[in-house]
Design a protein around this ligand. Structure first.
Ligand SMILES: O=C(O)CCC(=O)C(=O)O
Length: 253
């Protein structure tokens, strides 16, 4: 389904924007569940992963509603992920990040899980699902196009030339090679800016959140065969990797 030019954009620039991917009703459905979770979890929200000053977070979302179980299986997104990682990949985590109103501190530029490409190529790839419009003022994703090919992670405080903001309407999905230097930007508005991060990693790398431990057995039991595969529930390599440590090194997933 991905055109040659879309694949080329992803390979050369490190990200691909898919506008209008979700309908307004679908966006509203995610936001309703996300706000319920923020209300239920209170101060504990995000604690399965980490808290971040200036942003609200939900972690381990596969465990928190059928819409999240389904979203990890989205075919067009999986095709983009496979274009970056090859056929052997799994979910690393499913999180929500909501950049808080008037947060004047941009999230540092980083690569996800602190990962650099290795002899087998790229190992981390994210999809950023806009649940609010991303504008120039409300904390949109910022990226440095092409930086996934530099083979290094940004130093703290790095201000490379060429950084751009990725703006778009709610319902847009951005497939992003996570070796790309990126981060959230400042939110100068009175409103939150919500996004869902459906994050994948290569089969030989640890998950950011070990799904077999975090997702409740009753949820695991109702997953589709593809869902089980994506969570690596039956992959002994993943159990071994998770015993050695999580993939949460680096600034953020
Ligand atoms: O929410 C965003 O726009 C980017 C967040 C991000 O890169 C992260 O949390 O690792």
């Amino acid at each position: 389904m991905l055109s040659d030019s879309a694949r080329q954009q992803l390979e050369e620039q490190g990200f691909l924007i898919l506008p209008g991917f979700l309908s307004a009703d679908e966006v509203a459905g995610f936001n309703e569940r996300v706000e319920q979770l923020f209300a239920e979890e209170g101060d504990q929200a995000g604690s399965e992963f980490k808290n971040e000053p200036g942003a609200r977070r939900i972690a381990n979302a596969v465990d928190k509603g059928g819409i999240f179980e389904k979203v990890i299986e989205t075919p067009e997104v999986l095709e983009g992920i496979e274009a970056v990682l090859g056929p052997d990949f799994k979910l690393s985590s499913l999180n929500v990040r909501s950049a808080s109103p008037h947060n004047k501190t941009a999230q540092p530029l980083h690569v996800d899980s602190g990962a650099l490409p290795d002899k087998d190529g790229y190992s981390v790839c994210n999809s950023v699902w806009m649940l609010d419009d991303f504008t120039e003022h409300n904390g949109a994703l910022r990226v440095v196009p092409g930086s996934h090919r530099w083979g290094r992670a940004p130093e703290p405080g790095a201000k490379p030339e060429g950084e751009i903001l990725v703006t778009g309407k709610a319902g847009t999905v951005v497939i992003m090679n996570s070796h790309l230097w990126h981060g959230g930007s400042e939110n100068f508005t009175d409103h939150q800016r919500r996004a869902m991060h459906v994050y994948y990693t290569r089969g030989d790398k640890p998950q950011q959140q070990y799904q077999k431990r975090l997702v409740r057995p009753e949820v695991q039991a109702r997953l589709s065969p593809l869902g089980r595969k994506l969570l690596a529930l039956d992959d002994p390599r993943n159990d071994e990797l998770s015993a050695r440590g999580s993939g949460a090194s680096g600034f953020m997933k």
